[in-house]
Design a protein around this ligand. Structure first.
Ligand code: IPE
Ligand code: IPE
Ligand code: MG
Length: 257
């Protein structure tokens, strides 16, 4: 039995944890994966796209409603211009290549982050795919590109300040609920779990606000090696956690008190 078949069978037997809404992934380790093989970093990004396609298919089959993938952070511009342009080219190529597949699988593409700073060709393909998949009812795939949690909060503060200045809202009306509506990620539920690959346990400016109570799963696999088996492992880990949200868990009822 080949590896692929074995994993697909595992997935068929596996049920997505109850009430699980949103999985977010920090796809890290592409550079190290390539380096370990003596290859240039961009090879890792290239293979990372393959792992991403597999991940999207798995989440779609599992019936996970939302999947966010962190593709490029506001800090990733610090990398060499060659590496940045390879990443951009790969994003454009993947979107073009998997256009039909996304539609066939009823996947809707959303973008989180500022497209305005990307080259017109990359920006256009993201916008085109957003438009072309907007009626799809399956997996809601959120690509975080040129995204930073700090910037998202600052953008929300700017909108809010404008509204305060023009008297559209009052200071006393500001609370966690009303503030969060100005965040660009407010269209999606908060991530139930964040998987970070590459054995690194930091958040790196991802979902700073909405990850307040996300479970974190750190995978030792580098992103290009990530597979269904590891996804199931992460979801099983999630099933065993007790989400308390600051409350106390009642062992007898298995519910928060
Ligand atoms: C993640 O892999 C991909 C992006 C940040 C775009 P890295 O390129 O950060 O890989 P490592 O962490 O250097 O191995
Ligand atoms: C986080 O990975 C960003 C993405 C996966 C897009 P980084 O490689 O940029 O994070 P740091 O620099 O190790 O914190
Ligand atoms: Mg990294």
């Amino acid at each position: 039995m080949n590896f692929q078949k074995k994993n697909s069978r595992n997935l068929c037997k596996f049920n997505c944890p109850e009430n699980f809404q949103h999985l977010a992934v920090i796809m890290d380790g592409n550079g190290r994966w390539a380096k370990n093989k003596g290859w240039p970093r961009y090879f890792g990004h290239f293979r990372g796209v393959k792992a991403l396609r597999q991940m999207v298919k798995s989440c779609s089959r599992l019936g996970i409603p939302y999947l966010t993938v962190f593709a490029f952070s506001t800090e990733n511009w610090k990398r060499s211009s060659t590496e940045v342009s390879v990443i951009m080219k790969l994003m454009r190529r993947a979107l073009t290549r998997y256009k039909e597949e996304l539609n066939r699988d009823q996947i809707r593409l959303h973008v989180l982050g500022n497209l305005g700073e990307l080259s017109p060709s990359v920006k256009n393909i993201f916008n085109e795919m957003r438009e072309q998949t907007k009626n799809n009812q399956g997996l809601q795939l959120i690509v975080a590109v040129n995204y930073g949690g700090k910037r998202e909060i600052i953008e929300a503060v700017k909108i809010l300040s404008e509204k305060l200045t023009t008297g559209k809202i009052k200071t006393e009306d500001i609370n966690e609920d009303s503030f969060s509506k100005y965040l660009s990620s407010s269209a999606f539920p908060p991530p139930d779990m964040i998987i970070r690959t590459g054995a690194v346990s930091r958040i790196s400016n991802f979902y700073l606000w909405s990850a307040a109570y996300s479970e974190i799963y750190v995978s030792s696999l580098l992103w290009p090696d990530f597979n269904e088996e590891e996804l199931i492992k992460a979801l099983k880990f999630y099933s065993q956690t007790q989400r308390r949200f600051g409350g106390v868990f009642n062992k007898n009822t298995s519910e928060r008190e």
